[in-house]
Design a protein around this ligand. Structure first.
Ligand code: ATP
Ligand code: MG
Length: 303
């Protein structure tokens, strides 16, 4: 197989279609003893998925909320509320409490910002077992060994470059779907909400493409810069903005590298982050934290 023919792991498309079905409300019939939980705290959507041990989606829920900007939790109480509501909604469907989960961060987020993501989960009673950068989470679904996974979300364009199955570089820049929405709102004289709604309808994409082309080309130039200096034979576009029909040829033309979009690109990262959740690690983390608290208490300090 030549590099240009490489594609995502067989079965990834099926998993993503199952992820879309798992968003439908209603209780589930059977739940395995062990589940994995992923939370993607995004600029536009916060998404939660529960999967079985093998990564098959069981239940998911999402909500559009402005609690994260440029990868930073700027509204902690809002984020807490949103994650708490999604947790409750999914718990009702799976019939048991969600006690642990992995969470996403954009690549290149600093330590203190990444702690905020962890604390959002912990503040609603979810032990945070892993903090994973978005494109790396996405690749848990796609299983790319060589190429670039580019996550174009609401606020940022993040990239992970893979070589022989290892992530060799990550980067993130603040341009994404909300910039497309702003351009559409301005050009068509619409409110932001109306522009957002119309943009998400694929029936409008052909008409809207000339208006948003310069913004998509800007994203293309960001990706070009991000891959400069690396040998990248293929680009895999994920994140909600990758659902804009016509984006792949523009990114290909700008970068000179073929680009592909998997089915339901919005679900790739939130589904993938669940793969990093492990109940065993939650138990170890809790043990370590409790041990630290006991140690501090015995020394007369405050935890
Ligand atoms: N069908 C669609 N067509 C075009 N754009 C879409 C579609 N569905 C969602 N989007 C856009 O995708 C963006 C949300 O994608 P996603 O959920 O991946 O971002 P996020 O994770 O919230 O943000 P970030 O990763 O930047 O923090 C929004 O800007 C939304 O308008
Ligand atoms: Mg995202």
């Amino acid at each position: 197989m030549t590099p240009a023919e490489t594609t995502w792991r067989p079965g990834a498309g099926r998993l993503l279609k199952a992820a879309a079905r798992s968003m439908r409300p209603g209780p589930l019939r059977t739940i395995p003893d062990q589940v994995r939980v992923g939370v993607d705290l995004g600029t536009a959507y916060t998404v939660i998925f529960v999967t079985d041990e093998a990564g098959t989606p069981l239940a998911g829920a999402s909500t559009f909320a402005d609690v994260v900007r440029d990868g930073i939790v700027w509204d902690f109480a809002g984020a807490q509320h949103v994650v708490g509501e999604l947790k409750t909604a999914v718990e009702e469907r799976v019939g048991r409490p969600l006690t642990h989960a992995a969470v996403t961060i954009p690549p290149a987020v600093s330590g203190s910002d990444h702690r905020a993501h962890r604390y959002v989960l912990e503040s609603v009673g979810i032990e945070c077992t892993a903090v994973v950068d978005e494109p790396t989470a996405a690749n848990a679904v796609l299983g790319i060994t060589d190429g670039a996974v580019v996550d174009i979300g609401g606020g940022t364009t993040g990239i992970a470059i893979l070589r022989d199955g290892a992530v060799i570089a990550t980067d993130d820049e603040p341009t994404g779907g909300k910039h497309l929405t702003l351009v559409l709102a301005g050009a068509l004289g619409l409110s932001i909400e109306e522009a957002e709604q119309r943009k998400q309808d694929p029936a409008n994409h052909t008409d809207f493409l000339p208006i948003v082309r310069p913004t998509l080309e800007k994203i293309g130039s960001i990706v070009t810069r991000q891959i400069t200096g690396h040998e990248v034979e293929k680009i895999y576009l994920v994140g909600g903005t990758a659902a804009f029909s016509g984006i792949a040829p523009i990114i290909s033309a700008m970068t000179g590298v073929p680009a592909e979009v998997p089915p339901h690109p919005l679900f790739v990262t939130p589904l993938g982050v669940a793969a990093f959740d492990s109940a065993a690690e939650a138990a170890a983390d809790t043990w370590e934290r409790d041990a630290a608290i006991r140690r501090l208490a015995s020394q007369g300090g405050q935890p």
